[in-house]
Design a protein around this ligand. Structure first.
Ligand SMILES: [Zn+2]
Length: 316
């Protein structure tokens, strides 16, 4: 009897297991789009989180072809997505990827590292992001597997091997490259890459173009200041972490959006309102941004809640 129960238990476990299967390289139709001489963006059409439909390909990457090799900015949500990216790069150049930047700590921007890593490849990140990759790698892999019904599959976690903790100018493959920390604005340890000779800013998730900004890991007041700093360097092309390639106007729009959000939440807080009561006020004050930020209605409530906590901490 016990044996029958055991067999039945095993059978039910097998039947209840989700029928997940990992996506292959061919599932990701990536193409590199030239955005400046020698600079390319690989843009996802997705505007949402990793899910079964986009198979986890929800973030952008960019790369720079130099005489000495390729500098790659962000590697995607899985090792397989990294492999697809590698294929898209190989259609443009024979040069190997020799330098990688992991813009920030969210796993959809660095789990593809393993597709490119070999002896001699430098992976730049801030100390905070390096630490997150080290400690949170497996967590991100499991989370994305759940979100994508298994499409993202297994990835080897490859930890950055070069720390950048302040604004740093370098010459990479003969090209001037400036690494700019955001001061933890969108998330702890973001780094952007500025190519002064090309007037291109590789912004990661510090800039959102046609997608509603996410504030859950942010420092909104620092973010507002930092967007002002970025406007001052006058980029001509801006590649966001998600959404379409854009320009300096997106920096200003986002700064104004975040400033208004902060002001409305702060006023509401001072008037003794709850975050729930502030949401309709924020919706009204920010309505001009709705058309440009898909996901506005969905995300606004969460953004108000996150900013509410920050306002509370700032005023305490
Ligand atoms: Zn992201």
């Amino acid at each position: 009897m016990q044996r029958t129960a055991l067999v039945l238990g095993v059978l039910l476990t097998v039947l209840a297991a989700p029928c997940w299967s990992a996506a292959g390289v061919d599932d990701y139709p990536m193409t590199a789009q030239a955005i400046a001489p020698g600079v390319y963006a690989v843009l996802t059409p997705a505007r949402d989180f990793p899910n079964a439909q986009n198979k986890g390909w929800n973030s952008n990457s960019a790369f720079v072809v130099t005489d000495g090799g390729v500098l790659l900015f962000d590697t995607g949500t899985s090792q397989t997505i990294g492999e697809a990216l590698k294929r898209a790069i190989a259609k443009v150049t024979d040069q190997p990827v020799r330098w990688i930047v992991n813009s920030h700590g969210h796993g959809d921007h660095w789990l593809g590292n393993a597709a490119f890593y070999r002896e001699g490849v430098t992976i730049y990140a801030s100390p905070r992001v390096k630490q997150r990759v080290e400690t949170e790698g497996q967590e991100w892999i499991s989370r994305f597997e759940r979100m994508t019904d298994g499409a993202t599959g297994h990835s080897d976690v490859i930890v950055p091997n070069f720390e950048i903790d302040e604004r740093t100018e370098a010459v990479i493959g003969g090209l001037r490259v400036v690494f700019i920390p955001s001061g933890n604005s969108h998330s702890p340890g973001d780094i952007l890459v500025w190519l002064p000779q090309r007037k291109v800013l590789l912004a990661g998730d510090v800039v959102y173009s046609d997608r509603m900004p996410s504030t859950f890991d942010s420092d909104v007041r620092q973010w507002i200041r930092f967007l002002g700093d970025l406007e001052a360097i006058k980029p001509v092309v801006v590649v966001p972490g998600h959404g379409a390639v854009t320009d300096a106007a997106a920096l200003r729009r986002q700064r104004e959006f975040l400033s208004t959000l902060w002001a409305v939440v702060k006023q509401g807080y001072e008037d003794g309102k709850t975050d729930f009561e502030i949401v309709p006020l924020a919706r009204e004050a920010l309505r001009q941004y709705k058309a440009g930020y898909p996901g506005f209605d969905d995300k606004l409530g969460r953004d108000v809640s996150h900013v509410y906590l920050q306002v509370e901490a700032a005023l305490f």
